[in-house]
Ligand binder design. Structure first.
Ligand code: FAD
Length: 455
């Protein structure tokens, strides 16, 4: 039993069930959440994620109260919080891992003040668990996955229970309440107090989503790319904020497998998510730099503006951007089409597209986003071959045959026959009210991209 005064820093693990943080053996713990001022000032005031986090923190606060803990919520620069907590005698901090550059730099500053223990609550594997025989990291998914599957045991899906019967032995909360004029504590606990807006989106409970997995899993591999079907789990946002534990999903897969369901296709996607975090951990250069191929990008501002305002004239691309801006989500297949179009047809640098997604995606995760953009632009470690260029029209014809997805997100196209919305000639040669002609031609743009790849 740890006698030191211990902080449980919730960040990518906003839940009580199956929480590694709450399984820590410590006599006196202080659970905290920090609204990091440095991050918040870079966001728009109607950022949907802030509202989402607020709602999850409200739930977390109540769940923690039920086990005798009071979550203290800060609105501050992270370092200021730990300087303050250190002055109250706290020495140890437990938190879940976070491998992106910003998080690593932030954690380093915290480590200069207190002892920070980083726990893997987000991923299936530890970053050094799946390595080549020479202890280096894999740069190709297939052999990584092969070994990952071999190493997978029921321990990876193990549930963490509260192991501390004295969780409520927590005297400093009174002290904190005493210092009501501490500007770094968020009082009142309301989104308006940090000048952000609520939104009306109702977020589905992660447990409900998990319970529906059994209805989706049988046809997951065949249907997951059909963009109008609800064939995927929608769990990415829950995984991002830890409103569900990765281990709870693994246990569900074990259960479904026992019932005879084919679960490997879905498991593979979860391992993909791990792999991207692993790559960013082992090769931090990927944050910003091309790894394999280098492209002579040309930043054309008109192209960029057409893209971010859903005005490229290519229906599947504009529908994807419209979905992203209005809901904070975008179907995976559409993300692939849109990102490829951005880098290859428009010859815009993937970093700009990555930043644009980062601004809106509810499930934004640096590793998955950066590595997926690098995959799409063919610059990354385990990337799509550069000469493979998605044709957005044949993609939409295949995965949104009746154009239901396109029409849902671009309702002003509802009276145009689906076949025309997948037809480049039609779109070039006909006027559509309130909708531009395509800003590039597929064949021309593809050739321009091939010419721009540095050999
Ligand atoms: P499901 O199909 O139900 O998959 C289950 C889980 O597996 C997902 O929740 C996710 O955690 C993981 N997963 C599935 N596919 C992928 C994948 N290709 N890469 C990594 N993990 C995967 N995912 C993010 O979580 N955050 C991002 O910021 C992100 N940015 C992306 C950017 C681009 C350009 C592309 C092409 C993909 C990106 N993805 C990102 C991956 C993928 O699009 C989403 O994880 C997926 O759409 C989430 O929907 P779902 O939960 O229904 O997935």
């Amino acid at each position: 039993m740890e006698n030191k005064k211990t902080i449980l820093w919730f960040r990518r693990d906003l839940r009580v069930e199956d929480s590694i943080l709450l399984s820590i053996k410590a006599k006196e713990v202080l659970p905290i959440f920090i609204f990091d001022k440095a991050i918040l000032k870079s966001l728009q005031k109607d950022d949907k994620r802030v509202d989402f986090i607020f709602k999850q923190i409200e739930k977390l606060k109540i769940s923690l109260q039920k086990i005798g803990l009071e979550l203290v919520v800060f609105y501050a620069e992270v370092v200021d919080v730990f300087v303050y907590l250190k002055s109250l005698g706290y020495e140890e901090v437990y938190a879940s891992v976070d491998y992106d550059n910003y998080a690593l730099a932030r954690d380093k500053k915290v480590e200069e003040l207190l002892t920070l223990h980083r726990l893997n609550d987000c991923y299936i594997y530890e970053p050094n668990e799946v390595l080549k025989a020479d202890a280096s990291a894999y740069v190709v998914f297939a052999p990584y996955y092969k070994l990952a599957k071999t190493l997978y045991t029921k321990e990876h899906a193990l549930k963490y229970e509260f192991s501390n019967s004295k969780l409520s032995n927590f005297e400093n909360i009174d002290k904190i309440h005493e210092i009501e004029n501490q500007t770094i504590i968020l009082k009142p606990f309301a989104i308006a107090s940090i000048n952000f807006k609520k939104n009306s989106i109702v977020y589905e409970d992660s447990k409900v989503k998990l319970s529906r997995l059994k209805d989706k899993i049988a046809s997951y591999i065949e249907r997951r790319d059909y963009v109008y079907e609800q064939a995927t789990s929608n769990l990415s946002v829950d995984l991002r904020f830890g409103t569900i534990s990765i281990r709870a999903i693994l246990r569900e897969l074990i259960k479904l497998k026992k019932l005879g369901f084919e679960t490997e296709g879905f498991f593979r996607q979860l391992v993909f998510r791990d792999y991207y975090a692993y790559l960013l951990y082992h090769f931090p250069i990927l944050h910003t730099k091309d790894f394999r191929k280098c492209i002579n990008y040309e930043f054309n501002e008109d192209y960029y503006n057409s893209f971010i305002t859903a005005n490229t004239g290519i229906p599947i691309v504009d529908a994807g951007i419209s979905e992203l801006i209005t809901t904070g989500n975008m179907h995976n297949r559409v993300r692939m089409i849109v990102a490829s179009f951005f880098c290859k047809h428009l010859l815009l640098p993937w970093q700009k597209g990555e930043q644009f997604f980062a601004k809106y995606l509810m499930d934004y995760d640096a590793a998955s986003n950066i590595l997926s953009w690098q995959w799409s632009s063919s610059t990354g470690i385990d990337a799509q071959p550069y000469f493979r260029i998605f044709n957005p029209y044949s993609q939409s014809k295949k995965f949104d045959k009746d154009a239901n997805y396109i029409k849902m997100h671009l309702p002003f196209l509802k009276d145009i026959k689906a076949k025309y919305l997948h037809d480049e000639n039609f779109l070039f040669n006909n006027e559509i009210e309130n909708y531009p002609k395509p800003i590039v031609e597929h064949k021309f743009a593809s050739q321009r991209f091939l010419n721009s790849v540095r050999k």
